[in-house]
Design a protein around this ligand. Structure first.
Ligand code: CUA
Length: 338
């Protein structure tokens, strides 16, 4: 291969990789913040980024210039040496020190500003489990999973706790990233300007289904949020007679109740997500599947096939070997949990 072609190949591969990271629809794009907290982070990111770009161009440009201009050629004399030039040494010590001091001041003051607990915030306790998120609204008395509802225009103070291993909470458009560590309580504030569904996920490797531990933040106008809270506070509607009643019976008196809660019934398990208002959610199983009849049927037929589990450690929903009739009855019941 000629040197020219080899160089072309070496440039083409990284360029293709770079292009592969471009997407017209990027719901987790941190570069497009959708709330004041995320904007504060961007206001720090851009100046630091452009300073780094300028230094990169200056330093790499200098190196390239020296490599080409002073390369060894026959008959050229040794170029003038600058080693020991006091003025240059001072300049390239002082300038970076000043730049780094500036970056440090901006960074530390942003960290302090973001760590301050805002006044009038909605408080939500976020508990990370392998592999799903539990949200408790202590003041409202609401418990839900994976989809965090918040009102727009109001800071939301998250208290982050873990039931098992280290996870990390991140909804890129609404705020920063925060580790969720067992035995420790971490705080994170997020806020959304406008109603919408903002995607996020667990960003700390936490086992087999780490990639399936996603989350959504559903931002609603304060009125819609209040309505949602009222609905979530209700116990589950009693199932009408017919197949759903059979489903309820299977659920409440079978294995499901050992792990799941449906408020208003005797199912009070705390191992898996609270399902009182499951049918009001967009997704299930760590926010990875759209909530619809087909997906729920497939899920009940063989959960570990849909989302890798660690059954030997008792983590995740096991295959209960349900019959098709039982699956149908259970799904019919779950669909009533609005
Ligand atoms: Cu939880 Cu990764």
């Amino acid at each position: 291969m000629s040197p020219g072609r080899r160089l072309g190949l070496h440039l083409a591969v990284p360029l293709l990789l770079l292009l592969a990271s471009c997407a017209p629809n990027a719901p987790q794009d941190t570069l497009r913040p959708a709330g004041p907290i995320a904007r504060t982070i961007m206001d720090l990111f851009w100046p630091v980024f452009w300073i780094a770009v300028a230094i990169f161009i200056l330093v790499e440009g200098g190196i390239l210039f020296a490599v080409i201009r002073f390369r060894e050629r026959r008959g050229t004399p040794m170029p003038k040496q600058v080693h020991g030039n006091v003025r240059l040494e001072i300049a390239w010590t002082v300038v970076p020190a000043l730049l780094l001091t500036g970056v440090a001041i901006a960074t530390v003051s942003t960290i302090i500003a973001l760590a301050r607990e805002p006044k009038g915030a909605l408080e939500v306790t976020v508990t990370a489990h392998q592999w799903w998120w539990e949200y408790q609204y202590p003041e409202q008395g609401v418990v839900t999973a994976n989809e965090l509802h918040i009102p727009t225009g109001r800071p939301v103070l998250l208290t982050l706790e873990s039931k098992d291993v280290i996870h990390a909470f991140w909804a890129p458009k609404l705020g920063g990233k925060q580790d969720v560590i067992p035995g420790r309580v971490n705080k994170l504030t997020i806020e959304a300007d406008a109603p919408g569904t903002y995607l996020g996920q667990c960003v700390e490797f936490c086992g087999l289904s780490h990639a399936n531990m996603r989350l959504r933040v559903v931002a609603q106008t304060p009125e819609d949020f209040a309505r949602w809270v009222e609905e979530q506070k209700q116990p589950a509607a009693p199932a009408p007679s017919g197949p759903p009643a059979t489903g309820e019976d299977l659920f409440v008196n079978g294995a499901c109740a050992g792990c799941h809660t449906v408020a208003g019934t005797t199912a009070q398990g705390r191992v898996g997500p609270n399902l009182t208002h499951l049918a009001s959610r967009q997704t299930f199983a760590g926010a990875i599947f759209d909530l619809n009849r087909q997906n729920l049927m497939d899920w009940l037929r063989d959960p570990p096939a849909m989302k890798p589990m660690q059954p030997e450690q008792g983590i995740g929903m096991p295959n209960l070997n349900l019959t098709e009739d039982e699956i149908e009855a259970l799904v019919a019941y779950l669909e009533t949990l609005r």
